[in-house]
Design a protein around this ligand. Structure first.
Ligand SMILES: [Zn+2]
Length: 449
């Protein structure tokens, strides 16, 4: 353990718990929640009955992974259409709910999440624990810019987590990219000099742009940040390095399923993967085709069970995301697994025996000076394995002679990913016309390669 953390006395027992004890504790809580969800929610009762499974059939984690049915957002939405706003997930009488929030709804109808008072406190303590993990401590001011639409945060939960650590919360709000909010955040940074920023990278980029537009020097303004917690979307390695160099902050990446599963992942000071609080969540990483668990560091579909939320339990909730995990003890001493979120299942392009995601290519492109800011798309001709990866890349004359730069990019990607690669230069417009509200990075086509 390199540093002494504030709040550590409260959390060190669980964070350093020997892994076998941690897994035993996890199983005990999981077994309790299986029974709880089956006996107290309509959705799980019906789903398990339909699968012919009773909680008493599950005698081990192995049983659980073989027999327990997966639940998807569509299962919940199906119930919502029948008139139940909670989609059959409500596990307590409504009057016991301490707060109600919803998922972001980026993939369809937003689903509700509830917390009892006890659940709210557990979730708050989870945030306090991870915030302390990155070195936050009493006296630090934190600017919560634009990310407060997350369920717990909307209910003031995150503010309270920071206050538990003795920090001062500079209240921003959920307007995110709205120019008013960007400028308000700039004002806060300039005049209050918060030591900590929690933000989306894209919003921080906008803050930098607005600062420059207003004639302010970003290096001067943002040098107040000692800690920048960035995530919710990919944090590109080249930007991360640039920000660390320009502003002198230590950057920590966050992720998870904050808005509907109340789960947060955060990097520790080793900066090698994001820790999961495994006493609060059971994460499975499953082969997308046969749904068998994949080995550590292999790519699988994330399936998550919440071990504490009785208000709206989630048992084997199948997300659409891909991650890898490492269960080995971290150099920081924590025994809880680390994960790397890599993208969406629907974006997988199978090339030979590899599952390639846009992130693999983007993180390489951003390291090549000629392609640091260009638009790109992976091209997918079929779901089955392709012989080589094809990538469309925006070409601009400043990149230099076409053939030479094409070969250079192909070589870089091919060497790093270990697969044959073919680049085709296209116009920016050709890529932009395929874009929707969120960036589309995979182009499906029936044309032959
Ligand atoms: Zn660690």
């Amino acid at each position: 353990m390199r540093k002494k953390y504030y709040y550590w006395e409260k959390t060190r027992r669980i964070e350093l718990m020997p892994r076998d004890e941690l897994l035993e504790l996890q199983w005990k809580k999981l077994r309790y929640m299986i029974n709880y969800a089956y006996n107290n929610t309509i959705l799980y009762h019906e789903k398990w009955d339909k699968a012919g499974i009773k909680p008493e059939d599950i005698k081990s984690k192995d049983d659980f992974q073989k027999k327990a049915p997966l639940i998807t957002k569509d299962d919940i939405r199906e119930k919502m259409k029948q008139g139940d706003p909670y989609g059959g997930t409500l596990g307590v009488p409504p009057e016991k709910l301490h707060c109600i929030a919803s998922s972001s709804g980026t993939t369809g109808l937003p689903t509700l999440v509830g917390l009892t008072k006890e659940g709210w406190e557990i979730h708050r303590d989870e945030y306090a624990r991870v915030t302390a993990m990155v070195g936050c401590k009493p006296g630090y001011k934190i600017l919560l810019g634009g990310v407060r639409w997350h369920s717990g945060w909307a209910a003031g939960l995150y503010d309270e987590a920071c206050r538990l650590l003795g920090m001062t919360v500079i209240s921003s709000d959920g307007l995110g990219l709205h120019p008013f909010m960007i400028n308000r955040n700039l004002y806060y940074a300039q005049h209050l000099k918060p030591e900590v920023l929690w933000q989306f990278p894209s919003t921080f980029i906008r803050m930098e742009e607005e600062a420059k537009k207003s004639g302010l020097d970003p290096e001067k303004i943002f040098s107040c940040f000692k800690i920048m917690i960035l995530g919710g979307e990919p944090v590109l390695p080249n930007l991360r390095r640039k920000w660390e160099t320009n502003y002198g902050a230590e950057i920590f990446e966050w992720g998870g399923y904050g808005s509907d599963l109340c789960c947060v992942f955060l990097e520790c000071q080793e900066h090698h993967g994001k820790h999961v609080c495994e006493d609060l969540f059971f994460i499975e990483d499953l082969d997308p085709e046969n749904l068998e668990p994949v080995a550590p560091m292999e790519r699988g579909r994330v399936v998550l069970s919440t071990l504490w939320n009785e208000a709206t339990p989630h048992i084997r909730f199948a997300t659409e995301d891909v991650l890898t995990y490492d269960p080995e003890i971290c150099n920081c001493g924590r025994t809880h697994m680390r994960v790397w979120q890599l993208g969406r299942m629907t974006d997988i392009v199978n090339v030979k025996d590899k599952r390639i995601l846009p992130w693999d290519v983007e993180s390489i492109l951003r390291e090549i000076p000629e392609t640091e800011t260009v638009e790109y798309m992976l091209v997918r001709y079929a779901k089955g394995p392709l012989a080589k990866l094809k990538v469309h890349i925006e070409y601009t004359p400043t990149m230099g002679e076409k053939e030479g730069v094409k070969r250079k990019i192909e070589r870089e990607i091919s060497d790093k990913l270990g697969i044959p690669v073919e680049i085709e230069f296209v116009s920016k417009e050709a890529i932009m016309e395929k874009q929707k509200l969120k960036a589309i990075r995979v182009l499906d086509t029936t044309d032959q390669p």
